[in-house]
Design a protein. Structure first.
Length: 240
């Protein structure tokens, strides 16, 4: 799964890297090295003219049947990730998967070791070796409360992990290469078979590296680039 991630790049950098259309203004999010569920995040999607746009959404897909804002927020905590194996049949995710897909940019993400080859619950930071931005495959949706409040939210799509990431945890985000971005964002493509085909990569963990980091990342209020710094396993650590 993916329960925390980092994004420190400026919007201008993301706009250039993802070739985003800048036709409207949006909130500017601060650099965040400890993005947690329900926080505001950037997502990239197609606008009505099939141009890429970057908007702010809340992390964790709101259950479509939510009746109040507190109920909607509560539903997000169990919908931050959508599994590739069941995304097309789960009621929370299936409609968004069919026509509201997005990219979620990240510097890197954190994973807590659960496999026998790594210390239990040790956090690792995973990023690209070339330091370029990761593009998570995601889905988004828009929920309107009975009183008219609008919430846009998103989930990261995860898959079974492959080596070497499988040595840390059995799940990993689904990454999309640049040449698949526009097809993925095209809401006109609604065939489950075609959409699933876009997520199939011969080497889904290629170009990634992982290293252990401080357990300070376990506390949401902790933030800063130091959270992504490598540590020696077994060294004393404190939460602050």
């Amino acid at each position: 799964m993916c329960g925390r991630y980092a994004l420190s790049k400026l919007p201008a950098e993301l706009i250039e890297e993802f070739e985003i259309h800048t036709g409207k203004t949006m909130p500017i999010l601060p650099a965040d090295w400890n993005i947690a569920p329900t926080k505001p995040i950037y997502i990239i999607r197609h606008n009505s003219e099939k141009q890429r746009e970057m908007v702010v959404a809340s992390w964790g897909l709101v259950a479509p049947w939510s009746k109040t804002i507190p109920e909607a927020i509560k539903s997000q905590s169990i919908a931050i990730n959508a599994r590739t194996e069941t995304i097309d049949v789960k009621p929370t995710f299936r409609n968004a998967f069919a026509s509201r897909r997005c990219l979620i940019p990240a510097d890197g993400y954190y994973e807590w070791a659960t496999e026998l080859s790594a210390p239990s619950k040790q956090p690792f930071y995973i990023s690209r070796t070339d330091k370029k931005t990761l593009a998570f495959a995601g889905i988004w949706d828009r929920w309107v409360s009975p009183t008219g409040e609008i919430m846009e939210s998103a989930s990261i799509i995860t898959r079974e992990a492959v080596s070497p990431l499988a040595e840390i945890h059995h799940r990993m985000p689904t990454f999309l290469p640049r040449d698949r971005w526009d097809d993925w964002l095209d809401s006109q493509t609604q065939s489950v078979r075609e959409i699933r085909g876009m997520m199939e990569l011969s080497a889904p963990a290629e170009g990634l590296e992982a290293h252990p980091v401080s357990k300070s990342v376990n506390v949401v209020r902790n933030n800063g680039a130091e959270l992504t710094a490598a540590v020696e396993l077994g060294e004393p650590e404190t939460l602050f």
